[in-house]
Design a protein around this ligand. Structure first.
Ligand code: ATP
Ligand code: MG
Length: 365
């Protein structure tokens, strides 16, 4: 919702590994926007694997309280996870999504030509439902009389969850249309009207995917608000094929949880480095930016992590709060630095540090 605020209170949860290096970069960029946004106030908060090892809680109650009572948004860095199951530990990100009712995972996949890197014309957003589908984890296993086994999983699709994710997808499509108008972007590969593609497999799963499809369709059909947004459908298998063959034909794609998980990771491959892909976890009242990459223990503490995923996550957070022009400005600065190719971190074949890249983006801003 585009509420204009006098202040922005952003909970900052760097958590583990390179999260502690890339989140400050995002903070610097937000600070540099000056009067273009309400003055941001950053509230540092604890969570993560290291916090669990220190104080026994991966997500301290105080962090949840402050987020709920004092913040209107948050930025999350990255979390390390133990390679084996550890008693009492569970991912703070999953818990945060539950506590804050962040039912959508929104992942823009935007490719900018980078000198020396392969390039695809991708500029799309994948909107993934994040609360149901096969991931409700209702699984059973039984042994037949002949000793063979049968495992079953329940897939839950509700009209309520499908409608709200559909609504979010249409809202994002509208916003992207506005963003394209706010700034001339040479890398906006989708040139047409705003468009939502519903991803499903209702030719086979006619009941569950059928309900998903119908629910999303009903959002556009129930109002004239989205008259300017086209709606089309893709079966998930052909979606994967077309996403790699001709990514430029997609604007916003909306999918149930499992398909969304798979296509959003797949689509990230179109971008060149995990260090470039941002996301937000969004609900109706709260939004949390989070780079898609993990804590990258192999490069931790060296000041060489790519800060762009975090910086783009901050831009995405702003645009979802209604600050469309400042968000477009951040992305334009990032695109320009990438296209110039002078300041690139090692994941993109460069020699620059996290700080160098951030400085270059700030200069463009
Ligand atoms: P985790 O268990 O936290 O998910 P991981 O090693 O499985 O850690 P990532 O942290 O996502 O997964 O890293 C995968 C690879 O991508 C690593 O080699 C890492 O160095 C690299 N990588 C991830 N993020 C970045 C980044 N921001 N900048 C540069 N390289 C990155
Ligand atoms: Mg990982």
């Amino acid at each position: 919702a585009a509420i204009k605020r006098t202040a922005l209170k952003i909970g900052m949860i760097p958590a583990d590994g390179i999260g502690k290096e890339v989140l400050p970069a995002a903070q610097r960029v937000l600070e540099a926007l000056g009067s273009a946004i309400p003055k941001p106030e950053f509230i540092p908060l604890l969570a993560g694997w290291e916090e669990f090892n220190k104080n026994g809680k991966a997500l301290p109650e105080e962090t949840i309280r402050v987020l709920k009572e004092e913040c209107d948004s948050a930025m999350f860095g990255s979390v390390s996870s133990p390679s084996h199951k550890v008693a009492g530990y569970s991912s703070p990100i999953v818990a945060l999504r539950k506590h804050l009712d962040l039912y959508a995972n929104v992942r823009p996949v935007k490719a900018v030509p980078i000198p020396g890197q392969p390039f695809f014309k991708a500029d799309m957003v994948i909107v993934r439902e994040n609360t149901e589908c096969l991931y409700i984890k209702k699984e059973t296993i039984e042994t037949n009389s002949d000793g063979s086994k049968i495992a079953l999983a329940t897939r839950q699709i509700t009209s309520r969850a499908s409608e709200r994710i559909g609504k979010m997808a249409f809202e994002i499509a509208l916003r992207r249309g506005q963003e394209r108008q706010a700034a001339t972007d040479p890398h906006a590969w989708w040139k047409g009207e705003p468009k939502v593609t519903i991803v499903h497999k209702s030719n086979v799963l006619s009941v569950t995917d059928g309900l998903f499809r119908e629910s999303v369709r009903s959002i556009k059909e129930g109002t004239d608000k989205y008259d300017g947004v086209k709606m089309e459908e893709q079966l998930v298998d052909s979606m994967v094929y077309r996403m790699f063959r001709e990514p430029e034909i997609f604007d916003v794609a909306v999918a149930p949880n499992l398909y969304g998980d798979i296509i959003s990771d797949g689509a990230a491959a179109l971008v060149g480095s995990l260090g470039l892909v941002p996301s937000i976890n969004a609900g109706d009242d709260f939004v949390m930016g989070e780079p898609v990459h993990g804590s990258a223990p192999d490069i931790e503490g060296k000041n060489i992590a790519n800060p762009i995923a975090s910086i783009r996550s901050a831009a995405l957070l702003l645009s979802s709060l209604g600050y469309i022009e400042p968000a477009a400005k951040i992305n334009a600065a990032v695109d320009a630095v990438l296209a110039e190719g002078k300041y690139l971190t090692p994941d993109l074949g460069g020699k620059s540090s996290t700080t160098d890249v951030t400085d270059a983006i700030l200069k463009r801003l």
